[in-house]
Design a protein around this ligand. Structure first.
Ligand SMILES: Cc1cc2nc3c(=O)[nH]c(=O)nc-3n(C[C@H](O)[C@H](O)[C@H](O)COP(=O)(O)OP(=O)(O)OC[C@H]3O[C@@H](n4cnc5c(N)ncnc54)[C@H](O)[C@@H]3O)c2cc1C
Length: 399
């Protein structure tokens, strides 16, 4: 896809750049630079979301009538590029990227009117209750039961790997409402208030010592039937629709940034009378990754074209997910390779927002190894790369 920027687009880029420059406080910049995982720390993330919301830019991908910006595909792409360039903080994807588009596509008018403004403002923070022990890739085998009782369902069971459940006040969840017939046909989609009696959130600490994941237990939790999205036993369609949004991202922009950092560090690293950046082996690796990333970028733009025509991302989002996850892992590895010995020091305090301590080695190098380790999850979360390949085989290649 040929994207040549018109004078109007160039002016738009400058306008966005100027605004981001003025909106990004030193605290936001510090928090964003120290992010080492998909999840930005909640304080920085919500502070940034509130600023974007005030400007009307919290959800550029949503339709204008629901609080989107009304920007076209090129403007949205420029905005995403400028955010990465300005190193803006990450936003919580479960709210703006997943729950919002899902409600716009499948919610009732009442659900849209109530929840969408609260998602935009950050009043509601959502988590995703899909996976269970024994139901990850084989999601349709989930066992959390919801039994009808008057105007409510009574929910019992457990969800696992629930990212940021400790911060969320709402969960969108898949529950079983029927055990007969095909597994997929007995699933419903519920919106659950995390303050409901009977919900317990237990932390799961990851390898880096961070608390991002949780297991959530439901013990006779009452959920109003009005909080169901889609028909009873028709939740699988809603779940798959949401996953298309979860799996699609414009990762190429961030990968470009990682590669730029690797190149900058390479220019700072002496090697045989010159710098590592002049080394042909390094240059070849960098070029290979840049080429792979250009292929990813072109695919992302194709999916964005479908989005701007009003459609969902479609099965191509799985393709984007595989390419994006694997290229970003390779880019991370190159970054760590360039850091050399400076990748080794364990210095978590240097990554805490607001902490001003001299790091061991170049500042740019500090987040690279933690990011690289954390990003191993990119080929698992949201559906592993093997599962995404199965989707591409069936839905795109017709195998
Ligand atoms: C950091 C992180 C955050 C997450 N956040 C959330 C969240 O917020 N909410 C949520 O609901 N879930 C979340 N998940 C869970 C995630 O969706 C699952 O981990 C993922 O779907 C894989 O399921 P599993 O872990 O049960 O692995 P399994 O399904 O047990 O898979 C194990 C291995 O077998 C392979 N495999 C399985 N089936 C097939 C097959 N048919 N063909 C080929 N290979 C196969 C898989 O690719 C994988 O390599 C998160 C996961 C991670 C790592």
């Amino acid at each position: 896809m040929d994207i040549r920027l018109s004078a109007e687009d160039q002016a738009f880029r400058q306008m966005v750049r100027d605004w981001l420059e003025s909106a990004m406080t030193p605290e936001l910049r510090d928090g964003a630079r120290k992010r080492t995982s998909l999840w930005q720390d909640i304080e920085t993330s919500m502070a940034w979301q509130r600023i974007l919301h005030e400007k009307g830019w919290a959800a550029p991908d949503w339709p204008e009538e629901h609080g989107g910006t009304g920007w076209g595909i090129i403007q949205r792409y420029i905005f995403a590029q400028e955010c990465v360039r300005a190193e803006t903080p990450g936003l919580i994807p479960m709210s703006l990227k997943m729950c919002g588009p899902m409600l716009i596509g499948h919610g009732t008018e009442a659900q849209k009117a109530y929840y969408l403004p609260r998602i935009l403002s950050g009043e509601d923070i959502w988590c995703q209750g899909y996976s269970e022990p024994g139901a990850g890739s084989d999601l349709a085998s989930l066992k959390t039961m919801a039994v009808g009782d008057g105007d409510d369902y009574v929910v019992n069971g457990t969800k696992i790997w629930t990212s940021y459940a400790q911060h969320a006040n709402m969960m969108f969840a898949l529950v079983r409402t029927s055990t007969g017939g095909k597994q997929q046909e007995g699933i419903s989609f519920l919106l659950i208030d995390m303050a409901s009696p009977g919900i317990t959130v237990k932390p799961i600490i990851n390898l880096a010592g961070a608390h991002e994941l949780n297991q959530v237990f439901f013990d006779d939790v009452r959920v109003p039937k009005a909080n169901r999205v889609g028909p009873e036993n028709g939740g699988w369609t809603v779940a798959k629709y949401l996953l298309e949004f979860e799996r699609f991202g414009m990762g190429s922009i961030e990968i470009n940034r990682t590669l730029e950092k690797a190149e900058t560090l390479a220019r700072m690293t002496p090697a045989g009378g010159a710098t590592l950046a002049d080394d042909p082996a390094f240059a070849a690796k960098l070029s290979q990754l840049r080429t792979a990333n250009m292929a990813l970028e072109a695919t992302e733009q194709r999916v964005m074209a479908s989005l701007s025509a009003g459609g969902p991302p479609g099965a191509a989002s799985s393709f984007v997910n595989i390419l994006g996850a694997e290229t970003s892992q390779r880019a991370d590895e190159l970054g760590v390779e360039v850091c050399g010995y400076f990748a080794a020091p364990w210095q978590p305090e240097a990554l805490e927002p607001g902490v001003n301590r001299e790091p061991v080695g170049p500042e740019l190098a500090v987040p690279l190894l933690p990011s690289c380790l954390s990003n191993r999850m990119r080929t698992i979360a949201g559906g592993s790369s093997e599962i995404q390949r199965n989707i591409v085989a069936k839905a795109i290649l017709g195998l």
